[in-house]
Design a protein around this ligand. Sequence first.
Ligand SMILES: [Zn+2]
Length: 396
Amino acid sequence: MRSGSPGVDVEYAIRLTKELVRIPSVTGEEGEIAKFLAEELSGLGLKVELRRVQGDRFNVIGVLKGGEEGVALAFHGHTDTVPPYGMEDPFSAKEDEEYIYGRGSCDQKAGLAASIAALKAVVDSGVELRKGLAFLGVVDEEREHRGSYALVEDGFKADAAICTEPTGLEIAVGCKGTLPVKITTFGKAAHGSAPWRGINAVYKMAKVLLALEELEPRSVTVPGVGEVRGSLNVGLIRGGEAYNVVPDSCSIWIDRRLVPGETPGDVLREIREILDEFGRSDPDFRAELSVDRPDWGWEPIKKRGLKPCLVNPEEDIVRQISEAHEGVTGDRGKLKFSSGYFEMDFLVNDLGIPTVAYGPGDPELAHTPEERVSKHQIAIASRVYAAVAVALAAKS
Ligand SMILES: [Zn+2]
């Protein structure tokens, strides 16, 4: 290990992961876990603020101060999880030799625990900090992103950040954006025995669907990673009231994934052009387009969308993680671009903080009934986080 890397209490990181899994924190119910984290961080000597985002939902902002003003490195993670769905025994944090099991174990309580273990290692080592280190535990990542939105509203500042989401210890220099789009076509209701008296909104939508299938989402080449493809999936359709009535409306919901260089505005324009074209050629065609998904009711996130982001692989934070990963494991680590969405978007695009996602856990297991996290990966992540923290924040 590189000189200056403090020793990490791996047992502590693993114990803390289990403790966090045992506190259910399904989106909307992040109150208890926030208070637990605040106490844990205060105990380590961080200055902690519980920032109310909504009701009993708090972002946890902990800062370990350095000699100078400012934060050299922030660890960003979300405290909420998806519901257990069909998962057996979601909150007991059972374990075997290799894994800790439970809802949130991988996504992403292990990442929270590993970053806290790294902060503890820095404190325990007594290393003198030139600049501060921060822990950001945010709410609502799995739904409307109100927690990271609040960080932006507060104008949080740091020189660099690590998003502690599960990446299987690969180094994600960016992620796709995701824009949920709803289209509704309108018709005119009539009795099913006399359809010529109505306008069938489902037939109108059929035209839209075929045109959407023809759209070729863009691909881009990400330096150091390779080709990245955007995508469009029509995931939901609803239309009509009864089999014997001409439907007067039909709606679809599209999950459109954006690659760097695309904006939500570009995507909406592309789809609107299709609708406008049908409107010109068919006087009965009427359609509406909006940013919407069934579980989003909060206007600010509809307005903002979830954007793609990319940091230059030459950025210092990328090199630091790569070097620390090498120091701990012997290899430089693999750069990747995440197909899934990470809130590094808010840090990079809105706050201008160079950020990578790097964390313990196989991202494929997130949200599944098999969710678990490797203890070995928790140990590596904790050590890498501690080494990067010291490299960026300590007095040289
Ligand atoms: Zn997550």
